[in-house]
Design a protein around this ligand. Structure first.
Ligand code: 3PG
Ligand code: MG
Length: 405
């Protein structure tokens, strides 16, 4: 079966349509610092408004404890959504209670409402099928159809993602359709050479994707905190840098496997080493096999890939026809350690082929570093979801919409 899309729901004029979005945006003191996920939700919401549906948006934000918590309220998101849609967005202060019911009852054709954070109710993420199904039933009472468009949560088996779509006519929205198209382009005969750039702090988060990608890619470029586990697997000392000692043997196994498969795993040859974790720390560039040979000795902390590595990574990216990138190259939030991430982003933006930024921290990084979204082939809204897709894992939120690998 293939993914059911919007057209399969027929004429939605006058119908109450629940739209599961992923509006889980980063907030700082109640201010949205990256509205990428809200913007990515607009095409589906616009289409439903134009179709005359009564649009009821539902989403989670953060990981509250199954009870209302003002820090995780979606209210600031309602305001931003209203600005971006160019029309009022009614906000209901609960999810399946009297406020939600009253708000939905008051909608006219083409109106939009946003309900409060789904995760303020513990049944949304419950491990017990019956609890999730009960919550999904209460949500279903608020709609006549469901459009699932929260790509960032399709890897989660949660009431609003899976159970709800079984209770009402359901279909994928335009964002899920687009994201899936990109991932299929990365997995079904990608244009070669195909390079994958992986960063981020923990190698244990990336092992499954490295394993799945090794037979498919030409080059795997490794940056970020997980570099130090690789360097340690090669027998180098890494000072006080991040190191997952329990993964060193596993990583050594991957290096051997890559060699057998003829895949180039490119590791940094130089590292920016700092005296401590701070923007004003003393820092210098050291060879990747001599991290402890700086004046900081064994206290030296690797916080970014060095300039020689940045240039080599940029070259590999420019020479590729397809690139997928997930995870920053260094502590990009601190300016002295942002150069590696900036170099990868620049090369990806300038390449001739298809360059994909894989969600989460990397999407936040490119925006924080001032790149425009349209500089890239695609910026995904789902870091975890894209990785699990590439790992070949089951994605319950897509399967419930008819999709099969
Ligand atoms: C995310 O940001 O990873 C998605 O919104 C899913 O959230 P979760 O990881 O808390 O389930
Ligand atoms: Mg996540």
């Amino acid at each position: 079966m293939t993914l059911r899309t919007l057209g399969s729901l027929g004429d939605l004029a006058g119908k109450r349509v629940l739209v599961r979005c992923d509006l889980n945006v980063p907030l700082e003191d109640g201010r949205i610092t990256d509205d990428g996920r809200i913007r990515a939700s607009l095409p589906t919401l616009d289409a439903l408004v134009r179709a005359g549906a009564r649009v009821v948006v539902i989403s989670h934000l953060g990981r509250p404890d199954g009870a209302p918590d003002a820090t995780y309220s979606l209210e600031p998101v309602a305001q931003r959504l209203s600005e971006l849609l160019g029309k009022p967005v009614l906000f209901a202060h609960d999810t399946v209670g009297p406020a939600a019911r009253g708000t939905v009852d008051g909608l006219a054709d083409g109106d939009v409402a946003l309900l409060e954070n789904l995760r303020f109710n513990g049944r949304e993420t419950s491990k017990h099928d019956a609890e999730r199904q009960e919550f999904a039933g209460e949500l279903a009472a608020l709609g006549d159809a469901v459009v699932s468009d929260g790509f960032g949560v399709v890897h989660r088996k949660q009431a609003s993602v899976t159970d709800l779509a079984e209770l009402l006519p359901s279909a994928a929205g335009l964002l899920i359709e687009q994201e899936l198209g990109v991932l299929e382009r990365l997995t079904v005969e990608p244009d070669k050479p195909y390079s994958v750039v992986l960063g981020g702090s923990k190698v244990s988060d990336k092992l499954a994707v490295i394993d799945a990608l090794l037979p498919r890619v030409d080059t795997l470029l490794i940056g970020g905190g997980m570099v130090f586990t690789f360097l340690s697997a090669l027998g180098h000392r890494v000072g006080a840098s991040l190191l997952e000692t329990d993964q060193v043997d596993v990583v050594r196994g991957y290096l051997e496997k890559a060699e057998q498969l003829g895949v180039d795993i490119v590791l940094p040859t130089d590292i920016v080493v700092a005296s401590r974790f701070a923007a004003d720390a003393e820092h210098l560039v050291a060879a990747a096999d001599a991290i402890e040979d700086t004046p900081f000795g064994a206290a030296g902390l690797g916080l970014d890939i060095g300039p020689e590595t940045s240039a080599a990574f940029a070259d590999a990216i420019s020479g590729s026809r397809t690139v997928f990138w997930n995870g920053p190259m260094g502590v990009f939030e601190l300016e002295p350690f942002a150069a590696g991430t900036r170099a990868v982003a620049s090369a990806l933006a300038d390449m001739d082929g298809f360059g994909v930024v894989g969600g989460g921290d990397s999407a936040a990084a490119v925006r924080a570093l001032g790149f425009r979204d349209d500089a890239f082939g695609h910026i995904s809204t789902g870091g975890g979801a894209s990785l699990e897709f590439l790992e070949g894992k089951a994605l319950p939120g897509l399967e419930v919409l008819g999709w099969q690998r």
